[in-house]
Ligand binder design. Structure first.
Ligand code: GAL
Ligand code: CA
Length: 348
């Protein structure tokens, strides 16, 4: 009997203590500051040696740091897929195991995002694809998939406009005075949305603007400077000084083409004019020193900024309704034409 009384008393006291404890934790209805959150971003890039993407990711990290709210910690792990989709899929798996809460993925093969989507969905971790756009059907497979990039067609049109304007202003581009511009195109990776669209639109825009063109050749150099040097060396061997204009799908390949002429000690008056796309640091330098006639700015700053802002919102579970996503999924940043006249606006 006595023992029972003691047990009831003990129980009452325990209940009182528990009530006090709950009241202190929840501040009697007041909201208490939430525990600091963590933004853990996992990034995988198709090839860490890609100049445009390295520059973009350096900006992304700076932006993440600058935009992360006070009291929130962040970590950003970047992995290299070394041009293999399987390596990229494995990296995603490891990043998810490591507790990342947002993935930023630059696909090796833009037609093969299935495994990554499946893994992310199982872990309920949102994915921002960037630079290499998955087909719409894939992006529609889950509502937490996004894409940040640019409209490749626009960059091709702008490159064609730059080249047409340059030819109109400089009769000397047509060195053999046959009324046609003998040209060569250096293309990025086959299957990449930027490669085919840039080539087609640059060439068609020049034709639309009344430039007579004579195609000497197309070469694939996979966005890569050394491959472009190699390809253009062969073209010089084949065509001698006949090439009057080189359109490259990106700055790195334009720079590789220039290097091929430099290596062969070609007389300055026998150089073609070169156009790139990207506006990377070495690309802008080439416009400043006049070795490249123009380029098109692929807005790495804007893309990095948007990716950092979206990453933070997703990691903190914030609302996206005012973020300006097209169809709730897409962000496309505009390109800009760059010539020697306005290059200073992009170099700082
Ligand atoms: C393009 C860019 C290239 C290369 C490629 C990689 O947008 O112009 O330089 O970075 O993406 O996917
Ligand atoms: Ca000519």
């Amino acid at each position: 009997m006595n023992n029972q009384k003691i047990n009831v008393k003990k129980l009452i006291w325990q209940l009182v203590l528990l009530t006090l404890l709950i009241a202190s934790v929840f501040g009697c209805g007041q909201t208490v500051a939430e525990a600091p959150k963590n933004i853990n971003v996992g990034v995988v890039v198709y090839d860490q040696n890609d100049t445009f993407l390295s520059e973009m990711l350096a900006k992304f990290k700076d932006d993440l740091k600058a935009k992360t709210p006070e009291g929130v910690t962040f970590t950003c792990t970047v992995r290299d897929a070394a041009n293999a989709q399987q390596t990229e899929d494995n990296a995603v798996s490891e990043l998810l195991d490591g507790g990342c809460n947002v993935l930023c993925i630059n696909l090796v093969d833009r037609t093969a995002p299935s495994d990554i989507i499946q893994l992310a969905k199982e872990a309920n971790v949102p994915v921002i694809f960037f630079n290499r756009e998955p087909v719409e059907e894939d992006l529609m497979r889950w509502d937490r998939l996004y894409y940040i990039g640019a409209d490749a067609k626009q960059s091709g049109v702008y490159q064609g406009e730059l080249a047409a304007e340059f030819c109109a202003a400089h009769e000397g581009v047509d060195r053999n005075r046959d009324g046609k511009i003998q040209y060569v195109v250096l293309e990025g990776q086959p299957g990449h949305q930027d490669a085919i669209l840039r080539t087609d639109n640059a060439v068609n825009t020049m034709l639309d603007q009344g430039v007579s063109l004579d195609k000497l050749g197309y070469r694939i150099a996979n966005w890569n400077r050394a491959q472009a040097t190699n390809q253009v060396s062969q073209l010089i061997d084949q065509f001698g000084s006949a090439i009057e204009l080189i359109l490259a799908n990106n700055d790195e390949m334009a720079l590789g083409a220039i290097a091929a002429y430099d290596q062969k000690n070609i007389t300055a008056t026998d150089y073609p004019v070169f156009f790139g796309i990207d506006g990377t640091t070495p690309g802008l330098e080439a416009v400043v020193n006049g070795s490249m006639a123009g380029t098109v700015y692929n807005d790495q700053k804007g893309q990095a900024d948007a990716m950092a802002a979206l990453t933070i919102r997703l990691a903190l579970g914030q609302d996206l309704s005012d973020f300006g996503l097209i169809n709730g999924k897409y962000i496309y940043k505009d390109y800009y034409k760059i010539t020697r006249q306005n290059v200073k606006n992009f170099t700082s």
